[in-house]
Design a protein around this ligand. Structure first.
Ligand code: PLP
Length: 348
């Protein structure tokens, strides 16, 4: 197991179409592993539905075919190598955000391996370079520091167009004082002899093609002189093109036009788009406490940490417990509790 890549993975195949990833390090010590255990692993675990994963992969393949863009799995989003065999046929390789991720991509996925990190340390750069065929530096400072060490592979720089679709401050490259990438065209032009391409990651959970299109137009406006000198451009991740009703054909046409206008190989780095809706967190309900008064349906799951799946189930159980009408509640609840409930119903 690679250090720092999370819980022990327990590949498991109840059928050819699913893989379960157990979150525990081992089965409870007082139980031995039997055939039944293999079919019903101890919860909590992630269950990957390969048929759903395949649907996303087929959309990615269709997009690659229609646009000419290459698709790299963003390992920071999904690093479950038990399904890499399936994904490898539909994607061009991986991209990473740390030494261990680039090593994982190189050793377990293969194909093209991009290395990117907000900063590399002196002690890790040689190993990063040994696993990558392209390295993207976050700043000119990092390029100055490591350009020679990375001279044997393709080098690039992250650009920050100062527009984004992110609503998370922490990861928003357009927030004031963001240090995610370079933005000064003159400064970047001065180092073009050492880089052949750029990475621009400014989409986040963006399922709106028109918004993507507008942001790409801004990128073209701001960085045209650099794009004209580049051989490749990665447009990062955060584009939800495997979502329902996403206009994949229009997206493909836009990418193809961008590639043609600047003479570049376009890359995408889908993380969430690669695996969306393919995986569930499986839990066991150990107890359900029923109360006389209208309940809020809080169920007790074995999973100690409520992940998104728990929360949505909890919301669902709240919905199931809603009375047919608030009017009925008015009769049974004291006034203050009734008003609190009305507020809850309106905001949920
Ligand atoms: C540089 C880069 N590429 C790709 C991704 C993957 O994004 P997503 O999982 O939203 O597609 C991220 C996520 O933060 C990223 O920072």
């Amino acid at each position: 197991m690679l250090p720092g890549t999370g819980a022990l993975l327990r590949p498991f195949s109840p059928s050819r179409h699913a893989a379960a990833i157990n979150m525990r390090h081992s089965f409870p010590p007082n139980r031995t592993r039997t055939g039944t255990d293999r079919m019903h692993p101890t919860t909590p675990y992630y269950l990957i539905d390969k048929s759903k994963l395949l649907r996303n992969m087929e959309t990615i393949a269709r997009l690659r075919e229609a646009s000419g863009a290459k698709a790299l799995l963003a390992l920071k989003c999904f690093a479950t190598w038990s399904v890499f065999d399936l994904m490898r046929d539909y994607m061009d390789g991986t991209t990473s955000s740390s030494l261990n991720e680039v090593r994982l991509g190189h050793e377990r996925f293969g194909k093209e391996t991009h290395a990117y990190s907000v900063a590399y340390a002196d002690y890790e750069i040689d190993e990063v370079v040994s696993h990558a065929d392209k390295i993207i530096f976050n700043s000119i400072g990092q390029l100055d520091r490591f350009a020679d060490k990375a001279a044997g592979i393709v080098r690039g720089l992250r650009l920050n167009p100062q527009v984004s679709s992110s609503s998370f401050d922490l990861a928003d490259p357009a927030r004031p004082f963001s240090r995610l990438g370079e933005w000064d065209v003159k400064k970047v032009e001065a180092v073009m002899d050492r880089v052949s391409g750029f990475m621009i990651h400014n989409n986040c959970e963006n399922g709106d093609f028109d918004l993507f299109d507008r942001m790409l137009a801004t990128i073209e406006e701001r960085f045209a002189p650099l794009l004209k000198k580049a051989e490749w451009v990665s447009l990062g991740g955060g584009i939800h093109f495997t979502g329902e009703d996403y206009p994949v054909e229009r997206f493909a046409e836009r990418l193809k036009r961008f590639a043609g206008d600047y003479g570049v190989q376009v890359y995408l780095e889908p993380g969430e788009a690669s695996i969306t809706k393919s995986t569930t967190l499986e839990v066991s309900v150990l107890d359900a406490l029923q109360r006389q008064e209208p309940c809020r349906g809080r169920q007790l799951h074995r999973g100690a940490h409520a992940g998104p799946a728990d929360l949505s189930r909890e919301r669902q159980s709240v919905a199931e417990c809603r009375p047919a009408s608030l009017h009925g509640l008015r009769k049974v609840l004291p006034r203050r509790r009734y008003l609190r409930r009305v507020r809850f119903e309106r905001t949920n």
